[in-house]
Design a binder for this molecule. Structure first.
Ligand SMILES: Nc1ccn([C@@H]2O[C@H](COP(=O)(O)OP(=O)(O)OP(=O)(O)O)[C@@H](O)[C@H]2O)c(=O)n1
Ligand SMILES: C[C@](O)(CO)[C@H](O)COP(=O)(O)O
Length: 248
């Protein structure tokens, strides 16, 4: 039986190597600013806000690791959190794999958190860590859906898409990050799933192993900055936090 008083070493991998095509032309998405501070810096601070996290691996755009290193040097963290920057890959899955490869074997629990979810609250991060430490090999924060979802038969642009089904909404959840894992389980999942047959999130890879994945409550402010309107919402949330919580 595991000793609950023994410290479990927890790291966070932050994939930040995406271009942000859906946000529109410009610098890579993670380096765009939110309230004057790069989105990536907010995401790194959100992980460091959890006392459990002792190491953060940032996966930078493939040609931008030096720039990201400089940027993070200008925005230092409290001394208890170590920071490493590695270059990323062509897909999110590849970037996460490169981040996992940088983790020492002393790490037991890993969080994978999108740089594009800069405003996840510390309580959500802590809830994910706590569920993994309690024995779940894979934990995802998620929220019920507000919209009804239709399954369609995809058609070329301009052609109406026939509906083939309406999944029961009460059974669906919209999944966020950080997703938390027993490190050995996540490494195994990434090792056996070949690129191109991947999943859109890390828990999806663990599901293919046949290992259990559980959901804990997500948070509205953990939304992903994907399209321009998300940036407007993120600026508003940040401004409110700065005015009311002394958030930096
Ligand atoms: N090759 C990639 C692609 C994505 N990501 C990261 O994965 C997270 C979630 O991806 P998403 O928000 O979809 O970002 P992009 O891939 O940049 O977006 P888009 O598809 O609009 O280009 C982001 O933090 C992004 O930087 C990554 O590390 N490496
Ligand atoms: C991991 C994720 O954020 C969970 O919702 C999402 O799947 C990332 O998807 P994207 O294809 O990178 O937008």
């Amino acid at each position: 039986m595991s000793d609950p008083s023994r410290p479990v070493r927890t790291a966070a991998v932050i994939p930040a190597a995406g271009r942000g095509v859906r946000l529109g032309p410009g610098t890579p998405k993670a380096l765009r600013t939110l309230g004057g501070t790069p989105m990536l810096v907010h995401a790194v601070r959100a992980m460091a806000a959890s006392r459990a996290v002792s190491l953060i691996v940032v996966v930078a755009p493939p040609d931008g690791a030096a720039e990201v290193g400089r940027l993070l040097h200008e925005h230092p963290l409290a001394e208890r959190t170590d920071l490493v920057v590695v270059p990323g890959g062509q897909t999110r899955q590849e970037s996460v794999q490169l981040g996992l490869a940088a983790l020492p074997d002393t790490i037991e629990v890993v969080l994978v958190h999108d740089a594009a979810r800069p405003l996840v609250p510390a309580d959500t991060v802590d809830a994910v860590v706590a569920a993994v430490r309690a024995g779940a090999p894979a934990v995802v924060p998620a929220l019920p859906l507000a919209d009804t979802v239709k399954q369609v038969e995809p058609q070329p642009p301009g052609t109406p898409e026939p509906v083939v089904g309406t999944p029961e909404r009460a059974l669906l959840r919209a999944v966020q990050t950080p997703q938390g894992f027993d490190l050995a389980t996540l490494r195994k999942a990434h090792d056996i799933v070949v690129e191109g047959e991947g999943a859109t999130d890390d828990a999806g890879l663990v599901e293919r192993l046949g290992s259990p994945v559980v959901v804990v409550p997500g948070h509205e402010e953990a939304f992903k900055v994907t399209r321009p309107l998300d940036l407007v919402l993120a600026e508003a949330v940040l401004a409110r936090r700065r005015a009311t919580d002394g958030y930096v």
